[in-house]
Write a protein that binds this ligand. Structure first.
Ligand SMILES: *Cc1c(COP(=O)(O)O)cnc(C)c1O
Length: 476
């Protein structure tokens, strides 16, 4: 597969160059020359294949010939010892993307990226040094993904005192090839310092610096796999049992049932008006019906991966772009005018993005007509987000995190307006225990998944540095 920049279609590079560079030299994003369709034999089996086999089939054409099949197989099996279950909750489905080690969907991208980088750089003796700035979530996933990967070290910059205790342990509790710098400043300071280091040609070359930000195409491609898996299972009329980390509480029974209380008791699901839809099974998966997938979005990398899966042939009926009040894309979809703006703080803070960097990539693949047809937009306020967390918990004993609640609420809004019909799935991008300080006020205690409980036992070790590029240069 060859990739070219969204801003210059004449110079194509291979997967290795696109992945290791991250951003194209002209400032554009790398996009594939064409989107490879699934072979018919794969497409017809998506509903029954193992997750790792779907990941292998999804990624294979994108990395060909740079990563040969046996190496790719090893990479996906080691990256994904966990699944992305599609479970029934109240009147609809939730696609749980938080069963990885840092309990957010970013594990899917970061774990593949780390292993792919390691393979692509095999035989090089000079170690690669990744630097990344984080406001919380990305740093944890990148640190965890690259932890223990040979020939690569990672330095994470985070704003001192402005990440949660859990996030600090995810970033700074690993040690080994991951080092953490607590910057006496804001996230913007961290980002500025990273950019300055990467722009310092002498430093970049001497230390072999690279970055792992979310616009890297190697973080997106593996995310297409869970869309294909979910869409395939939905079309086959199948649901999964929730894993051990499924956030169900109280007397609603074991997660393994894959059902909510109302469904188990034989009541019509979705009876409580607070989450919108009427008490029917219309939005449950049914054999032969393609699912509509709702994507809580910030930088729009996740939704771009969904569009890739759909163009490869995954049986998705439609997407919903769900945002908090940072509603640049929903506004664009309703008005046709793209207006980037400064971000506003919300309780779904991983989606506080006013200028979504992956939009340029989405627009490169979809004409305005295609976009209008395949993506519906809706935005959600913090009060609405809280109300839904409370209502879904009361109805089904299931705890949504604030980001997933934005997705659920956006679906409710479109259902009210009659814009969505048929099977409906909400992508759950994080486990609610990551945002316990917000969620527990609404639902009571949230069960902590084993991966996060282990993280809390670590002690964070970081060096404190001033918000100053020369301090970073010295320490590097
Ligand atoms: C990063 C993140 C998002 C936003 O994903 P994009 O790919 O940037 O649209 C949503 N939810 C959570 C929990 C995240 O960490």
């Amino acid at each position: 597969m060859r990739y070219f920049s969204t801003r210059n279609k004449s110079e194509a590079v291979d997967f290795t160059a696109a992945a290791l560079a991250g951003l194209a030299p002209d400032g554009g994003l790398f996009v594939p020359e064409e989107i490879p369709p699934y072979p018919a034999a794969v497409r017809s089996c998506l509903g029954t294949m193992d997750y790792r086999d779907i990941a292998f089939e999804t990624i294979k054409p994108w990395v060909n010939p740079d990563i040969p099949d046996p190496a790719l197989e090893e990479i996906v099996y080691s990256a994904y010892p966990f699944d992305a279950p599609l479970v029934g909750v109240a009147d609809r489905q939730v696609l749980e993307l938080f069963h990885g080690p840092t309990a957010a969907f970013k594990d899917f991208g970061a774990r593949f990226m780390a292993r792919a980088f390691s393979y692509l750089r095999r035989g090089e003796d000079k170690p690669l040094r990744i630097i990344v700035a984080t406001s919380g979530d990305t740093g944890g996933a990148v640190a965890d993904g690259f932890f223990g990967v040979e020939g690569i070290s990672v330095t994470v910059l985070y704003p001192r005192g402005r990440v949660s205790p859990l996030q600090e342990r995810q970033i700074a509790g690993l040690g080994g090839n991951v080092s953490a710098l607590a910057v006496e400043g804001s996230f913007d300071d961290c980002q500025r310092m990273v950019k300055a280091a990467l722009a310092d040609a002498e430093l970049k070359k001497r230390l072999n610096l690279s970055s792992a930000n979310s616009i890297n195409v190697s973080r997106l491609i593996p995310q297409a796999a869970y869309y294909a898996a979910a869409a395939g299972r939905a079309l086959a009329g199948r649901l999964d049992p929730g894993g051990e980390a499924s956030p169900r509480t109280g007397d609603y029974g074991p997660a393994a049932s894959g059902q909510d209380r109302s469904a188990r008791n034989g009541e019509a699901p979705g009876a409580a008006g607070a989450t919108g839809s009427a008490g029917t099974a219309e939005h449950r998966v049914r054999k032969g019906q393609a699912i509509t997938l709702v994507v809580p979005s910030g930088n729009f990398g996740n939704l771009t991966a969904g569009v890739y899966a759909w163009k490869m042939g995954a049986p998705v009926r439609r997407f919903v772009a769900a945002t908090n009040i940072n509603k640049t894309v929903p506004d664009y979809l309703s008005s046709g005018t793209y207006l980037a703006r400064p971000s506003q703080a919300t309780i779904s803070n991983a989606m506080d993005v006013g200028t979504p960097s992956n939009f340029e990539r989405m627009a490169a693949h979809l004409s305005w007509t295609d976009m209008k047809e395949s993506i519906l937009g809706a935005f959600v306020t913090d009060d609405e987000t809280r109300n839904t967390i409370r209502a879904v918990h009361a109805l089904a004993g299931y705890v949504l995190d604030p980001h997933s609640s934005v997705g659920w609420t956006a679906a409710d809004k479109l259902l009210e307006r009659g814009l969505v019909s048929g099977p409906l799935g909400i992508l759950s991008t994080a486990h609610p225990a990551k945002f316990a300080e917000t969620v527990e006020l609404l639902t009571g205690p949230v069960p902590v998944p084993p991966s996060l409980a282990k993280v809390m036992e670590r002690s964070p070790q970081s060096s404190i540095i001033p918000a100053d590029s020369s301090a970073l240069k010295d320490i590097l």
